[in-house]
Design a protein. Structure first.
Length: 167
């Protein structure tokens, strides 16, 4: 696939530099998965014990089995996320079974936000959210280092203003 160069020269054939997400995102998502699977298993056990009898309460292990399967998928999903800055646009690639590649032209960006919830801050993560002129092309990059997220926000804002100045 021919793409523009990462340094902004736009010369086809230059190697595209893809950046991945921080490994701490895997820990955050696995923590949330364990919490939700545990709560769901406990609720299932209590409800089945009350309404169907103690023998049926063993079905509460199903949410835990599903959680164990999803445990592995979290890392596979994390590995699939990457982004690259080209001369005229930002590429975001993600997905294991359903691969999705989003191309966001700098001139179409209207707003670039950096967010970080309490759990993300605890693990040193931030999310960059891109809002464009068309809502269907909004994009998100989770699991970034806060300094990288701010750098990316500033760069995308600068490039967006420069590209939209001629419109």
């Amino acid at each position: 696939m021919e793409t523009g160069s990462p340094d902004g020269t736009g010369i086809p054939g230059d190697e595209l530099v893809w950046r991945g997400l921080r490994p701490a995102l895997v820990r955050v998502r696995r923590l949330l998965l364990a919490l939700w699977a545990g709560v769901l298993a406990l609720a299932t056990a209590v409800l089945l014990n009350l309404f169907a009898g103690p023998a049926w309460a063993s079905l509460a292990l199903l949410p835990l089995a599903l959680g164990a399967w999803c445990w592995r998928l979290v890392e596979r999903n994390w590995r699939s996320w990457r982004y690259a800055e080209r001369a005229d646009d930002l590429l975001i690639s993600r997905g294991v079974l359903w691969h999705e590649e989003t191309v966001v032209p700098y001139g179409r960006m209207q707003l670039v936000e950096v967010t970080s919830g309490p759990l993300e801050r605890r693990f040193g993560l931030a999310t960059v959210q891109l809002h464009t002129a068309a809502a269907a092309t909004d994009a998100t990059i989770p699991g970034l280092d806060p300094a990288e997220a701010e750098r990316l926000r500033d760069r995308l804002t600068e490039l967006g203003e420069a590209r939209s100045a001629g419109l």
